[in-house]
Ligand binder design. Structure first.
Ligand SMILES: NC(=O)c1ccc[n+]([C@@H]2O[C@H](COP(=O)([O-])OP(=O)(O)OC[C@H]3O[C@@H](n4cnc5c(N)ncnc54)[C@H](O)[C@@H]3O)[C@@H](O)[C@H]2O)c1
Length: 366
């Protein structure tokens, strides 16, 4: 399926790169105090979910007098009440920055605080979701989730310490890693893609495709943890700098309207969204194929195999979606469409959803 040379598009792009200051390495948490000082801040409110209080408390202990306190009310979808309470708490305790330690939910709470207060955020990601690298926020008010892009919510500094991911359960490590790969896959065929992001996306997919099977064998493999977090950084960077397409629209619909779990939904949908677009994106297919070490016509099937071989869910029905919801999901996914390389014919999108619902392997391109 390699693109004939005469069809190879000529370069045509706009490039810029937004990124927080990024400190990466096993044990990098040791640099936290220095990084807070470099922000010009003196007292940090530490944010986390109820499940990560112990990790957050360790961070606060390390900071000593530089910790204003721990706010452990981060949760999925960032309820506005939690964001307001955190902002009030920061003010009450005299905090002049927030340290968000956790996954996309905790970093999302930090972003919601920053959006209104401008409080600088230092993120310490412990999943592979990639939110720390993006100016994208989401806040839920009265059951309605609003999302947007705003430079104010981008963390100022990110510390990636693979040691902090050792406790991430292996099943969530696999689905979270595939969630990250989805950012890179869609970045490769985004309407505003550019050659630098293409390089980053390919390397991100490659790093995660190598690391995830190793993590499946042994979640305590420190090299694999480092490689997976490195891949997540690259894929998150793609998400922060170019746009997304049908896959993310489907996942936002399924997560937002049917309350399906975030990383698992990305894992199930990705092979099918890629299969839908594959015949229209030969350059992206080539890069994904190189990253996965498979034939370009079978990259969608290869991503399906990766998930299945690593014990991740491959069917929407196993995530709690009902077959009767598929028509509504299809209609919702077709409203306020994200730009997509292949036009969104209703019948074809409905077929995609059926395939994902049943967990069938996408066929290779002929
Ligand atoms: N704005 C963006 O750019 C962006 C990007 C990606 C995801 N998101 C959002 O982030 C959310 C999903 O994030 P997520 O997939 O990281 O899940 P999450 O943040 O909800 O974390 C899932 C669970 O895993 C726990 N956990 C995280 N790291 C752990 C660790 N190292 N050890 C033990 N437990 C750990 C968390 O405490 C939580 O209970 C969604 O709401 C999604 O919309 C936003």
């Amino acid at each position: 399926m390699s693109a004939p040379l005469e069809n190879h598009p000529m370069h045509d792009f706009i490039y810029r790169h937004q990124s927080p200051r990024t400190v990466f390495g096993a044990g990098a948490l040791a640099h936290l105090e220095r990084e807070i000082a470099l922000l010009g801040a003196r007292r940090a409110l530490v944010l986390c979910t109820p499940g990560q209080v112990a990790q957050a408390q360790q961070v606060a202990d390390r900071l000593g007098a530089r910790a204003a306190g721990v706010f452990a009310r981060a949760e999925m979808h960032v309820p506005i009440e939690a964001a307001r309470a955190a902002r009030d708490e920061a003010r009450r305790l005299g905090a002049d920055c927030a340290v968000a330690i956790g996954g996309g939910s905790t970093i999302g709470l930090g972003k919601a605080i920053a959006l209104e207060s401008g409080l600088p955020i230092l993120a310490i990601p412990t999943t592979y979701a990639g939110s720390e690298m993006t100016p994208i926020y989401g806040i839920t008010e009265a059951g309605l989730k609003t999302t947007g892009r705003d430079a104010r919510v981008m963390p100022r500094t990110v510390i990636y310490d693979p040691e902090l991911t050792l406790s991430l359960p292996v099943p969530l490590s696999i689905t979270s890693g595939i969630n990250a790969m989805a950012h890179a896959v869609e970045g490769l065929y985004a309407q505003d893609s550019n050659p630098v992001m293409d390089l980053i996306a390919e390397e991100g997919i490659r790093a995660l495709a190598q690391a995830l099977p190793a993590l499946h064998r042994d979640g305590a493999d420190r090299t694999a943890r480092s490689d997976a977090l490195y891949g997540a950084w690259l894929c998150g960077s793609v998400l922060g700098n170019v746009s997304v397409a049908l896959h993310h629209k489907l996942c936002h619909t399924l997560g937002g309207s049917f309350n399906l779990p975030h990383a698992e939904t990305h894992t199930v949908v990705l092979p099918h969204a890629l299969a839908f677009n594959l015949g229209h994106v030969p350059d992206a297919a080539q890069r994904i194929a190189r990253a996965l070490g498979v034939d370009p016509g079978d990259v969608a099937g290869a991503l399906f195999d990766l998930a299945e071989d690593l014990g991740a869910p491959v069917a929407l029905r196993d995530l709690g979606l009902r077959e009767a919801d598929l028509d509504t999901a299809c209609d919702l996914a077709l409203t306020q469409q994200y730009p997509n390389p292949r036009p969104l014919e209703k019948g074809a999108v409905r077929h995609l959803l059926q395939m994902a619902y049943e967990g069938r392997r996408p066929a290779p391109l002929p």
